[in-house]
Design a protein around this ligand. Structure first.
Ligand code: AMP
Length: 595
């Protein structure tokens, strides 16, 4: 294995890398750095996030930049603002002992004037998102006439996100003589076309097999029905008390819905998708990075900029439409030498979609069974015992109370004491799962429980929620105002933060849709929209409200299943002696607003 100095980097860069704790180059760095330093040839690199690709293209560029020339010599394009900021920050870190080297990061959603001012002062390296970069070129604030290196990072994602035109414009604004460095985890046709049209005889380097997933990730699938998909997700979380995962969904709506369900059910979760404002996304990502959130429910695009090395799981709530994206998703775990598990929740008919993914991964999916209630209880019990064993006792603080506590408990034997303490936490899990169905038995009557009544009902989505001050009574009032029919029966109602669901007698499905369509009702100044939803969150074990253990995660209240159907925010503190703590839903609900 070579050192960074042996790859051709100067001492000032090497020192910065030592400060960052980089001891040896990664595979892609070993291949790309000397190649870029030693040759002007274009380069196509197959590299996923987590392989050290940012340093692989940044370090040689920093090495070769002429600091005494303030013109822009390198332009680095990245698909998302988060990734651009991350790259800009890395370059600052790598070049901290090269004072005259300046990097400016430009992206949308932030003051363009400010960015123009920064560019005016001169920056040898500019990192940007495609849209904002083109905007700045048009305004002549960004001049690319002296560019020697053009880096396209995550080229597949940029094309996925529809930045083809912007890429073309940037490519056209740069001199023919430049060296183009294209980094991509996958090479679908569109990326190959960019390489063909804009690169000259590129040399290929890979950080492993093309498109192949990380060695450290194992792939599992669970067979679910639409009814058991969400309960299965909860069980995966329950059987992994220290879970730290991204749950990938296909649409913004699905993302928000699953996050709302998880939060409602007491899990440490939040949503990340494009309907949130930039500030909200930043806040969610920060909470996730700090592990104040255990499960981040995200769309593929929104999760791109998130740089987290120690995820335990990636969960595909639904498989991505494009199989290449599975690779992107699963590559978020098993990074920096850690092991990771990528789980796909799939319906029977989707099984055929696994083979093409397996061919890309060169790995087989393992069929895992959805954990049973008993397995979960066992896992939680031993997790609890470990926690008890590892809990530090603050002797000074509790000393004054101990004499009276000992006196009160003196009649209990050691065994009785242990049993009682353990049961405090554990009983609620037991009661939650005591009658839980086996979710692997897809055709069992248990799993279709409730379907007969639901079969007569259609479930509707409505774009109003708690934040619109909607409650069940007001929703029933709103439905009645539409004059759908005298005999229309309204079934279950679920009010969530920003949207809700209600069931209507199936016979009135059409009338319901057309009435809302014709009346175009307005609720507190908002246009009301309804849609038939296919998502079904029913099924699964026992009671509704429950929670995973907070494990080693910071900043959250203790969460556990509650057998109490009348569980309320007020009860939470009282029952658990945690007077100041809020129910998880309150904390998240207040902060999340759709943009
Ligand atoms: P990237 O693939 O650029 O997103 O990098 C993934 C992670 O690996 C980041 O947290 C980097 O800081 C880290 N990293 C990159 N190169 C090295 C290296 N040579 N040694 C240790 N960590 C590294």
């Amino acid at each position: 294995m070579s050192t960074f100095l042996e790859l051709g980097l100067k001492e000032s860069i090497n020192r910065a890398l030592t400060d960052l704790g980089y001891e040896n180059p990664t595979l892609i760095q070993e291949k790309a750095i000397p190649q870029i330093i030693g040759s002007n040839q274009d380069l196509k690199a197959f590299a996923q996030t987590g392989t050290g690709k940012t340093a692989a293209f940044s370090l040689p560029v920093i090495e070769l930049i002429q600091e005494d020339d303030t013109s822009t010599q390198a332009i680095i394009l990245s698909p998302t603002r988060e990734l651009a900021v991350q790259i800009g920050k890395n370059i600052e870190d790598f070049s901290k002992y090269i004072p005259d080297l300046k990097v400016v990061t430009v992206y949308g959603g932030s003051s363009i004037e400010q960015q123009m001012k920064q560019l005016k002062k001169g920056a040898q390296i500019v990192v940007g998102t495609p849209g904002r970069t083109v905007d700045l070129i048009r305004r002549r604030a960004l001049k690319l006439g002296s560019v020697k290196w053009l880096v396209l990072d995550e080229a597949d994602e940029m094309l996925n996100m529809g930045f083809k035109d912007e890429l073309d414009k940037v490519l056209e604004a740069t001199p023919e003589t430049k060296q183009t460095l294209l980094f991509s985890a996958t090479f679908p046709r569109e990326v190959e076309a960019i390489a063909r049209n804009y690169m000259t005889d590129p040399i290929e380097v890979t950080s492993g097999q093309k498109n192949q997933g990380s060695e450290n990730v194992s792939h599992e699938y669970y067979l679910v029905t639409e009814k058991t998909r969400y309960p299965a997700l909860k069980r995966v979380a329950d059987v992994n008390p220290n879970i730290y995962a991204i749950v990938f969904c296909r649409t913004r709506r699905e993302t928000q819905e699953i996050a709302d369900f998880l939060i409602r059910d007491g899990y440490s979760a939040d949503a990340l998708h494009g309907d949130l404002s930039q500030a909200q996304r930043d806040s969610v990502m920060e909470k996730f990075r700090k592990k104040n959130i255990q499960m981040l429910v995200a769309t593929d695009v929104a999760a791109r900029g998130l740089d987290v090395d120690n995820l335990t799981h990636v969960i595909n709530h639904k498989l991505p439409d494009q199989i290449e994206n599975y690779n992107h998703r699963s590559g978020r775990t098993g990074r920096a030498g850690n092991k990771g598990v990528s789980i796909a929740l799939i319906g029977r008919k989707e099984r055929s979609r696994l083979s093409p993914i397996e061919r890309i991964l060169k790995k087989k999916f393992v069929h895992s069974t959805v954990p049973t209630g008993k397995e979960i209880c066992e896992k939680q019990l031993f997790h609890l015992i470990d926690k008890v064993e590892n809990t530090e006792v603050n002797e000074g603080e509790i000393a004054t109370y101990l004499p009276s506590i000992y006196e009160k408990l003196e009649n209990l034997t050691r065994e009785e004491l242990i049993q009682k303490f353990v049961s405090i936490e554990f009983n609620s899990f037991l009661s939650y799962y005591e009658n839980a169905a086996d979710l692997n038995n897809l055709s069992s009557r248990e799993n279709s429980r409730g379907r007969s009544s639901n079969e007569n009902m259609t479930r509707f989505f409505i774009n109003l929620g708690r934040k619109d001050k909607l409650n069940p009574a007001k929703l029933i009032g709103l439905i009645n105002e539409q004059n759908i029919g005298d005999k229309v029966e309204i079934g279950s109602i679920d009010i969530l933060d920003t949207f809700s669901f209600f069931e209507i007698d199936k016979n009135f499905e059409g009338e319901t849709l057309s009435s809302f369509e014709e009346n175009r009702p307005d609720y507190n100044g908002r246009n009301v929209n309804i849609e038939i939803t296919k998502t079904d969150r029913g099924g699964g074990g026992g009671r509704r409200r429950r929670g995973g253990s907070s494990g080693g995660f910071k900043g959250r209240g203790r969460k556990k299943p509650s057998g109490d159907k009348n569980f309320s925010g007020k009860d939470f503190g009282k029952n658990r002696g945690e007077g100041k703590k809020k129910r998880p839903t309150e904390g998240f609900g207040r902060k999340r607003r759709r943009g």
